[in-house]
Ligand binder design. Sequence first.
Ligand code: CA
Ligand code: CA
Length: 167
Amino acid sequence: MQCGKQDGGRAGFSLIEVLVAVVIVGIAITSLLAANGAFTQVNGAGIDLSTAEFLIEQFREMTAMLPVVDPQTGKTTFGPESGETTLAAWDDLDDFDNAAICPPVDVSRTPLTEFASFTQQVRVENVSAASLDTVVADHGSDFVRITVTILQNNTAISSASWIRARY
Ligand SMILES: [Ca+2]
Ligand SMILES: [Ca+2]
């Protein structure tokens, strides 16, 4: 007896059975490919976020030892002092206000050309000593809040803020 068939001994599969099997396998393969695509996308987003965290950390470390106000002129200028025309010359935190650094730089201010689609966008604001959430006038306190937003192709993907005190 072959395959339980009792209608004259016809063995094997009918065309309909084969077609149904082909369709089912096709659906299974399509689902697997779709799932794989989704995993790849999630992975890509994870890598971009890791890069953003890395770039925030590079900026934080690069500016960790900088004074809050300019070592020569103090509170005279908020922003880069005259003559401080390039990133390399910036020697206090407010020099970085409104900077959009692209390609982003590492802790030693070396451009990271492999991350050229990313930008380190910087905001430096003075905040009230009594309430660190309250923004005050430029140089209006001894505390600054630095906010770095990482853009990828002009879209913000991560941001971090921290407070520094003048000492
Ligand atoms: Ca300066
Ligand atoms: Ca300055």
